[in-house]
Design a protein around this ligand. Structure first.
Ligand SMILES: NC(=O)c1ccc[n+]([C@@H]2O[C@H](COP(=O)([O-])OP(=O)(O)OC[C@H]3O[C@@H](n4cnc5c(N)ncnc54)[C@H](OP(=O)(O)O)[C@@H]3O)[C@@H](O)[C@H]2O)c1
Length: 278
């Protein structure tokens, strides 16, 4: 039995999850880098091997009860404990609300909200028995401030914020901490992984022109955005802090947006966002 801390990260195949799993492993956590498709594990496993890191790849699809329960059972039987859970898996759904099908919208909530709940429910009994643990929920600055043509995505991130704040209250007496991460634009494959409503891509859609503009500006914004390793560093700092904050924004854009959202009345904030995406 060692007293090495154990971390589980969802969505570790790329972007923020990939960098976070490596940052935790490099800083002494025995890390379970989970992903829904293990064919994508080669790169992270190669990096871990080169760096002599204690990092394992485990299959976990956050939308599948059995996959989640099997993965968490595997971690528990291999490592005996879970100190840190990073709920990172997620994707963006874009388009006008009326252009999206209910199945597209339900799939978005299934991953970004119910997926996070599913993994958290599987891990909580382990942390409760330990009387310790840290749950990190990767939200978005879009969980505090709405952006256009992403209403279901924004809805999922507002849900993650409220849920996280509420369970932070419930779990305080059990020694389990909850941390919310609110990245701004991060240079990952988030834009290429995003699902765009078919109808909004049709020139007859009332949202078509704005969607075209948004997609081209999002591509440019993400190219010049904060690297995902910066989010990983913030997560590492938060989980190793003796008194972490409830929430952390990542990136100057996120800090500025959060500040404007706090300071401006709704009508002024709406003008600012519309102007930015014009
Ligand atoms: N990039 C940004 O600007 C930004 C800003 C704010 C917040 N975020 C949030 O950051 C998180 C990570 O996104 P990212 O930017 O790093 O994008 P990314 O590179 O596209 O990574 C998304 C990860 O989520 C995984 N995933 C998707 N559905 C899953 C499922 N059902 N089960 C397990 N894993 C699943 C993907 O796996 P596959 O490889 O199998 O698709 C991938 O590993 C998301 O929650 C996103 O909302 C991103």
């Amino acid at each position: 039995m060692t007293n090495q801390k154990v971390a589980v990260v969802t969505g570790s195949s790329s972007g923020i999850g990939y960098e976070t799993a490596l940052a935790l492993a490099r800083n002494g956590f025995r890390t379970f880098a989970t992903m829904r498709n293990l064919d994508k594990a080669k790169t992270i496993l190669d990096v871990a091997k080169k760096g002599k890191l204690l990092l394992h790849a485990v299959k976990l699809d956050v939308t599948d009860d059995k996959s989640v329960n099997d993965a968490i059972k595997t971690v528990k039987s291999d490592a005996g404990r879970i100190d840190v859970l990073v709920n990172n898996a997620g994707y963006g759904l874009m388009g006008g609300l009326e252009d999206l099908s209910m199945s597209e919208i339900k799939a978005q909530y299934e991953t970004n909200v119910f997926g996070l709940i599913r993994v958290t429910q599987a891990v909580l009994p382990i942390m409760r028995a330990q009387k310790s643990g840290t749950i990190v929920n990767v939200s978005s600055i879009g969980g505090k401030a709405a952006l256009p043509l992403m209403s279901p995505y924004i809805g999922t991130k507002f849900a993650v914020e409220g849920l996280s704040e509420s369970i932070a209250l419930d779990l305080e007496p059990s020694g389990i901490r909850v941390i919310i991460i609110e990245p701004g634009a991060i240079k990952t494959s988030f834009d290429t992984g995003a699902v765009v409503a078919k109808k909004t891509q049709d020139p007859s859609s009332p949202y078509y022109a704005n969607m075209q503009k948004l997609q081209s500006s999002l591509g440019t914004i993400l190219q010049n955005a904060t690297p995902p390793s910066r989010v990983a560093d913030v997560i590492l700092g938060a989980v190793t802090s003796s008194s972490p904050s409830l929430r952390y924004t990542v990136g100057d854009d996120a800090a500025l947006l959060a500040q404007k959202r706090r300071e401006l009345p709704d009508s002024e904030f709406k003008k600012l966002v519309l102007e930015f995406f014009k």
